[in-house]
Design a protein around this ligand. Structure first.
Ligand SMILES: [Zn+2]
Length: 91
């Protein structure tokens, strides 16, 4: 019998150690991305690519929240990272 999660013999998905480890990783990280000066069309395409990338790169434990709208309407917390994002990339 092969595990449907990791493909190894000897256990199943319910008892898979790899899945257990993934589900018990510390999950205290978040990512906020702001893109200014977009057209509505660019924003729509970016939205669908972000959704695809989220599914591809993260597990089901990751909760996605996407804020869209006119830059003047975005919450001030998101406004605050404007222009400082490059400084934080090399953490
Ligand atoms: Zn397994």
């Amino acid at each position: 019998m092969k595990c449907s999660n990791c493909g190894q013999e000897g256990h199943n998905r319910r008892t898979c150690q790899a899945l257990y480890l993934e589900n018990n990783l510390p999950r205290d990280r978040a990512l906020i991305l702001r893109l200014d000066n977009m057209t509505e069309d660019e924003q729509n395409r970016m939205h669908s690519e972000i959704v695809k990338l989220k599914k591809k790169e993260t597990s089901d434990s990751v909760i996605a929240t996407l804020v869209e709208g006119k830059s003047s309407e975005l919450p001030s917390k998101i406004k605050a990272i404007h222009s400082s994002i490059e400084d934080q990339c090399d953490e």
